[in-house]
Design a binder for this molecule. Sequence first.
Ligand SMILES: C[S@@+](CC[C@H](N)C(=O)[O-])C[C@H]1O[C@@H](n2cnc3c(N)ncnc32)[C@H](O)[C@@H]1O
Length: 295
Amino acid sequence: MNAPRAHQPVLLREVLEALQVKSDGIYLDGTVGSAGHARAIAAQLEGGLLIGLDCDPEALERARAALAEYGERVRLIQANFARLDIVSDGLQIERVDGILLDLGVSLTQLDSAERGLSFRLAGPLDMRLDPTLDTTAADLVNSLSEGELVKLFNDYGEERYASRIARNILQERRKRPIETTTDLVSIIERSVPARVRYRGRIHPATRVFQALRIAVNHELENLQRALEIGFARLRPNGRFVVISFHSLEDRIVKRYFKSLRENARVWGPITPSAEERAQNPRARSAKLRAACKLC
Ligand SMILES: C[S@@+](CC[C@H](N)C(=O)[O-])C[C@H]1O[C@@H](n2cnc3c(N)ncnc32)[C@H](O)[C@@H]1O
């Protein structure tokens, strides 16, 4: 099997422009991952601090190696960004100058078959980014009712064939539990019309995998909470920068930033240049939105 691809930071120049890093400022990267953005932020600090969070301990180890040269300028903590207030309190930091959330998963995670995140790789149907979470994707697929599966695929995947896929999942799991990515992909492929299976713009399993990943990791709830507590923790003139990769996330960010009205200057969406899109396919769906706190 091929080695996981190295993750390239998306919209790097645009993130730095939006954050306007001050050399003595305190910055929080809530999705430090392979530290692509974090390295560029840390490189601009002198006397300042970068706090890097990731809920995936393996990602955090990659970040640790990538940021080693920055020593005391960086603190890395395994935590969910929805708990950034608790993490800051633990470090006795009340306010920060900037927060970055680069949502979703990295290419490295996607290419690790044992995480079960990719419909292209055979692996267990897991999908947890934080391995201490209780529920895996297999747990959901094997325990939710047909109606609950339809709702999940509709709400979190906007999946057109949600009913057929749910019906076939129920039929299949009466014979034996659905435990692997390949089991699920073959059910989905059987559930969609041939024209979608062979000629669709995206793989027919894309939306169901997205829906399950969102549910397993509570992605939308965590995002909403991180926006609220993160904004409260910004200093005046502090910047909040979020990169999202699908419309459900982007809608939450857009609505929340809009709700800030006279408390913030907001801008975006900023999308990658044609050059970046050509060079990094993952960047294609990225949207950056930013807010600068006014008071
Ligand atoms: C797109 S990657 C970030 C890549 C990083 N910006 C870079 O340039 O290398 C997203 C990372 O956020 C982590 N993540 C996703 N949801 C999280 C959450 N709620 N709390 C903390 N980390 C999260 C994932 O484990 C993953 O490592």
